[in-house]
Design a protein. Structure first.
Length: 173
């Protein structure tokens, strides 16, 4: 785990997303590299959940069959569920997608459907983040989706992605 260029953990089990200081990103195998190698290569942030969704602008084949160890004994990410993902369009454009689910208004999305959403938004690289009841998106200080956690409220989590930029464009749809 690398945050703002600082190594916090140097062991991995799956595909990760490396975000470089120049704004570019790539999917990497956590078991085949070290944090020192990533830092030397210019990595500024890493994310570890997965699976990878889009690489070189193309939806990755077979992502609906991937199993991810979530550290809670739940390996299944198959089927339609609430989803959260990050996509890198270019060095100046990062997109975040939250898909509601488990409700009368939305079933959620499969991994392939999520990947297609991100690719259609222009993502060259995209990565699945934690979903389900953890899918909550804030913009301009308020929740802009309908979380599926009990009672429709946000679930407490130990990790978030926070973006602050004076010239950011926020589009909620």
């Amino acid at each position: 785990m690398i945050r703002n260029g600082v190594v916090y953990r140097d062991s991995g089990e799956r595909e990760g997303l490396a975000i470089y200081a120049d704004g570019s990103a790539k999917i990497y195998d956590e078991t085949e590299t070290t944090a020192a190698e990533l830092i030397a290569d210019g990595v500024w942030q890493t994310l570890s959940f997965g699976p990878a969704l889009v690489s070189d602008g193309e939806v990755i084949e077979g992502i609906d069959e991937v199993e991810i160890d979530t550290n809670f004994g739940n390996h299944s990410v198959q089927g339609s569920h609430p989803r959260t993902a990050i996509g890198i369009v270019d060095s100046d454009t990062i997109i975040f997608v939250a898909v509601d689910g488990r409700s009368s208004t939305s079933d959620g999305a499969t991994m392939t459907e999520l990947a297609e959403i991100l690719r259609n938004l222009g993502a060259q690289t995209a990565y699945n983040l934690d979903g389900g009841g953890s899918t909550t998106m804030y913009a301009n200080g308020e929740v802009v989706n309908t979380p599926s956690n009990r009672g429709g409220s946000e679930r407490g989590t130990s990790d978030i992605l926070y973006v602050a930029a004076s010239d950011a464009t926020v589009t909620v749809s």
